[in-house]
Design a protein around this ligand. Sequence first.
Ligand code: SF4
Length: 327
Amino acid sequence: MKPFAYFKASDEAAGVEAGTHPAARFIAGGTGLVDLMRLGVEAPAEVVDVNALPWGQIESTAEGLRIGALVRNTELAYHPAVTSGYPVLSQAILSGASPQVRNMATVGGNLVQRTRCSYFRDVGVAQCNKRSPGSGCAAREGFSRMHAILGGSDQCIAVHPSDMCVALAALDAVVFTRGSRGPRTIPLGDFHTLPAAHPEVENVLERGELVTHVFLPASALARRSTYVKSRDRASFAFALASAAVALELDGKVIRQARVALGGVGTRPWRSREAEQALVGQPMSRPLFERAGTAAVAGARPVRDNAFKVKLAARVIVRALERAGEMA
Ligand code: SF4
């Protein structure tokens, strides 16, 4: 690891100011950045510690849930307002990483975590447009079993690794930030960017801009929500395909639906196609299968990951069945 300067931000303005330096990186839980610094993927000249900022609270109101950016993943997953009102979020967080990692990882860090593409994390591989723009993409001709079938480009097919963000996509989350131009509000669906020609850009945050908190609106949808994750191991494994779904029912008829996919998209993947297939229809296995098929209609698999097309459709079916059975 290369030597770096350390700065502990005592207030928001100091954090934003320090973070605007081109070679600075923010650190909170450190579960992403420290890994990448050890690997040599990241080599910041300055690390800006934001742990002293006042963003460690979860506030539950009739309107929804306000989650500070420094809330640890474990605290969020086990908070009573989350387990009862937003079960998909609790399940998604607990399906990811390990207890030790979840104890340290923060909500803000989870939102900006970087891909687990093995070529991106191996500095011995020269071709990676995300790490070295313009160098090529080793995954396109290499081992691509874990890569994306939705949202990829010729420049990059890396999967977004977060489980939490898939749940946030299904829950219509809104991200609040503070940057050098002041505060702003970003719907979760607009927060992460597609790789297109610039895979090195992964979200819409400007240099020095910090996530301060996330808001989840209260809804009947959120209460009837669930997360299903398919993976190679029962724990500490990233998704091959996962689904976050939320339903509002009128008897057996689906009044509203939210469907988001993980493990298959270059960003947390909200499927409006699946949602449209479900709304206004009585619940049934054939309906859920049509929704799953609709969600992957635009899939573009590469050599090793065609299996994800069926797998993603099936995790949607499983998740919809579970949500439909909830009391
Ligand atoms: Fe790099 Fe993206 Fe290609 Fe992986 S998929 S090697 S992150 S450019």
